[in-house]
Design a protein around this ligand. Structure first.
Ligand code: IPE
Ligand code: IPE
Ligand code: MG
Length: 247
């Protein structure tokens, strides 16, 4: 059995980020409306959050609505927001009880006050939990996040709070929505698509990527473990020499 927590040869995946993709195609292949795919997708979220805790993962980040998803039909956006509302309403107490600390990354622009309040309340309620750091990327786009960080940096420079020479990588990262979070070790994307779709552009610089050929509604704990095992067989070099090489 694999050691999920890692050792010298098999690094632990502390932070896993997931692009939960393929809900629509899952539904279409079954002759169901897309919303049914999104509904099943929420079931998978429950399953994977639970599995993460069992597998000793400390950080899980889920891409749930992108800044580009606004280009979908209004009805689908309405359905997705409805499912988020229902998820928070139904699952928050249980997540809190299990020690899950919720964080939200993404733009607040364009979101209605009641959604913002609901998300803020979930973050506030769970802020002292330590079992699992669950980050929801909602209304999130990597370029948007970087541009918003640059705006705030420019504003601070104008105010004299920050000198241009102080804008180091670490300082820049502290202006991102993910400030304080470790970078993901492993990125998983379901549905067979081989792209980032504007997810965590800065943070994924040295993540290992695993693409899984099933739709998100059918992603299981076993497939999750298999992706982590594949990650553990990778040789992370970060531009240096292999820790495993003998030559
Ligand atoms: C992922 O499933 C959920 C969101 C992007 C919100 P999709 O809705 O993208 O499903 P496909 O990719 O069209 O199958
Ligand atoms: C990425 O999936 C966004 C989320 C999973 C929330 P998309 O389905 O929106 O990505 P593209 O359009 O296939 O690149
Ligand atoms: Mg998709």
């Amino acid at each position: 059995m694999d050691n999920k927590w890692g050792d010298a040869d098999r690094p632990a995946a502390h932070h896993v980020a997931i692009i939960m993709d393929g809900n629509g195609r899952w539904a279409a292949e079954r002759g169901l409306p897309r919303v049914e795919g999104h509904r099943q997708g929420v079931e998978t979220v429950r399953r994977i959050v639970e599995a993460s805790m069992e597998l000793g993962i400390t950080h899980l980040t889920l891409f749930s609505f992108s800044s580009e998803n606004w280009s979908r039909p209004e009805q689908e956006i309405y359905d997705l927001f409805g499912l988020l509302r229902r998820f928070v309403r139904r699952d928050l107490a249980e997540l809190h009880k299990n020690g899950v600390k919720i964080r939200v990354v993404g733009s607040r622009n364009g979101l209605e006050d009641d959604i913002l309040r609901m998300l803020d309340d979930a973050v506030e309620l769970t802020k002292n939990n330590t079992a699992l750091n669950l980050t929801i990327a909602f209304n999130y786009g990597g370029r948007d996040e970087i541009a918003r960080a640059a705006q705030r940096i420019a504003e601070d420079a104008k105010q004299g709070v920050l000198a241009p020479k102080d804008v180091t990588q670490d300082r820049f990262a502290s202006y991102l929505d993910t400030a304080g979070l470790p970078d993901p070790d492993l990125l998983i994307r379901t549905s067979g698509e081989l792209r980032l779709s504007n997810f965590l552009l800065w943070q994924l610089a040295y993540a290992e990527f695993v693409f899984v050929d099933v739709y998100w509604p059918e992603f299981t704990k076993e497939l999750f473990e298999a992706a982590i095992s594949e990650y553990q067989r990778r040789n992370r070099r970060f531009g240096g020499r292999s820790a495993r090489s003998t030559a």
